[in-house]
Design a binder for this molecule. Structure first.
Ligand code: HEC
Length: 139
């Protein structure tokens, strides 16, 4: 978390790289404000993104027979879910992308080259699908 803070604060600090230092806003004040903003953002966003429930996610995947084509950490007919998580690491559009992938039957390309609509996940509650997606992305 300290790293994240440092990165945020560095980017937010004003007039960085202005060699002449002209028009430079008081850097300490800038940093303090940035730190406060970051702290507020972090505390505001924390409860919204609860850690995914791995047991519930696995159970839903089992019910939907996802493991016929996927394994968590090795390639099967489909990519391993760790590979999927790595591919989407740091990409904010990932949850929405996977929601589309898992609910619209979009074309999936198999290792042998053939294509067919991807399996559509079924769950009583949309929140369960969100949890499955968050869990896959957390692997
Ligand atoms: C019949 C085999 C099969 C089943 C069953 C299956 N998948 Fe897939 N899945 C694939 C293949 C093949 C791909 C690769 C698609 C591509 O890259 O075009 C894929 C890709 C994915 C991806 C990565 C998508 C991306 O954008 O990179 C995820 C996540 C995924 N599947 C989750 C699931 C879940 C969850 C289930 C169960 C509801 C499931 N799959 C069931 C074959 C399957």
């Amino acid at each position: 978390m300290a790293d994240v803070l440092t990165i945020f604060i560095d980017t937010a600090s004003p007039c960085r790289g202005d060699a002449a230092g002209r028009g430079r806003v008081e850097p300490t004040a800038g940093r303090t404000v940035a730190a406060l903003v970051v702290a507020t953002l972090l505390s505001a966003s924390a409860p919204a993104r609860a850690a995914p429930d791995g047991d519930a996610a696995r159970a839903l995947a089992r019910q939907n027979k996802c493991f016929e084509c996927h394994a968590i950490d090795k390639k099967s007919d489909g990519p391993s879910w760790k590979e999927v998580a790595a591919k989407y690491r740091g990409k904010t559009e990932a949850p929405a992308r996977l929601m589309t992938h898992l609910t619209t039957g979009e074309t999936a390309k198999f290792a042998d080259g053939h294509e067919e609509p991807h399996k559509i996940v079924k769950a009583p509650e949309k929140a369960q699908i969100v949890n499955l997606i968050d869990w896959i992305l957390s692997l």
